[in-house]
Design a protein around this ligand. Structure first.
Ligand code: R1P
Ligand code: URA
Length: 312
């Protein structure tokens, strides 16, 4: 067979990162404002065309520490290198890259991650990336789980425990599915079993608009419900199969599904919300917990790259 045919077949099978916006074609240049990047100012294919794994998380510090960790895991670290922030031209988000792995911060909450994802999806699209897997590595409050347990999300649900993300567009409510890639979730769970370093479960993740009243906490600046009301609500969540609560998974799942990205959410639980509201573990303990999704996802990426190298 002509090697060119092989190449053509491979590109036919590979899956692109889709945008669904006819207006983009009319743009001369596309400015990714919150990344301080753009098609007119940067060669996005040259910078990002080889990306196969994208990891996102709230804090810029965590995403830098992830790239340092993954660089060491993949034996790609340069002891002299200080991994530069690709988005240094803005302080909205931070972005780091090593080989095929991109690490991006998204801030807190649905609006912040949604803006980041619009620009990230366009970036991957403009760079002509294919077969990209994206994983949110985050923190959460657990329900009935030992703190430090890692939850791989089977499905993201809203505060009424339904698997949907609602957004108001042109004054009308649009409902989007929050399904995540089930095979990826199972692969991550299997990887954690092999790793055998910390407890990992698979379950539903509830995504809220707020950390305090939105998550039934009693320690916000305002609270109009009783301790019993809180307990009843969290027990209902537990009965509905919710393992943990965080603030980005629903829009993350919805947008990744629309763009054809294989997506997963892996969050560690920092506390058991059936036992309290305040994060009173030591800084060291919390830091150790935050590293767990990084370790699991790092191991997964390494395994995938090794398998790919063995195939080629
Ligand atoms: O650990 P990260 O990714 O920041 O996410 C979780 O932590 C924040 C609240 O402290 C929310 O954004 C929640 O989703
Ligand atoms: O309880 C928690 C802990 C981390 N992140 C959340 O959103 N909630």
């Amino acid at each position: 067979m002509d090697p060119k045919d092989d190449k053509r077949n491979a590109s036919r099978c590979s899956s692109p990162v889709c945008v669904h916006n006819p207006h983009l074609d009319a743009l001369k240049d596309d400015i990714l404002y919150h990344f301080s990047l753009g098609t007119g100012t940067h060669n996005l294919s040259a910078m990002f065309g080889d990306v196969k794994f994208v990891c996102v998380g709230g804090s810029p510090w965590r995403m830098k520490s992830f790239i340092e960790y993954i660089a060491a895991e993949l034996s790609m670290e340069d002891p002299k290198a200080d991994y530069p922030n690709i988005c240094a031209g803005t302080d909205r988000y931070a972005m780091y890259k090593i080989g095929p792995v991109l690490s991006v911060s998204h801030g807190m909450g649905i609006p912040s991650i949604a803006i980041m994802l619009h620009e990230l999806i366009k970036l991957l699209h403009h760079a002509q990336c294919t077969d990209v897997t994206i994983i949110r590595i985050g923190t959460s409050g657990g329900i009935g789980l030992e703190p430090g347990t890692v939850v791989v999300t089977k499905q993201s649900v809203d505060p009424t425990f339904l698997p949907k993300f609602e957004q108001v567009i042109l004054g009308k409510t649009v409902v989007r599915s929050t399904d995540l890639d089930q095979s990826l979730a199972e692969e991550l769970l299997q990887c954690s079993k092999e790793l055998n370093q910390f407890e990992t479960v698979i379950g539903k993740t509830m995504c809220t608009l707020d950390f305090y009243e939105g998550q039934a906490r009693l320690d916000g600046a305002f609270c109009s419900y009783s301790e019993q009301d809180k307990r009843d609500y969290l027990n209902k969540a537990y009965e509905a199969g919710v393992c943990n609560i965080e603030m980005e998974s629903s829009v993350f799942a919805a947008m990744c599904k629309l763009s054809g990205l294989r997506a997963a959410v892996v969050c560690v639980t920092l506390l058991d919300r059936l036992k309290g509201d305040q994060l009173n573990s030591s800084h060291e303990v919390l830091r150790d917990y935050q590293q767990r999704p990084q370790i699991l996802v790092g191991t997964y990426i390494k395994k995938q790259l090794k398998a790919k190298a063995a195939r080629s």
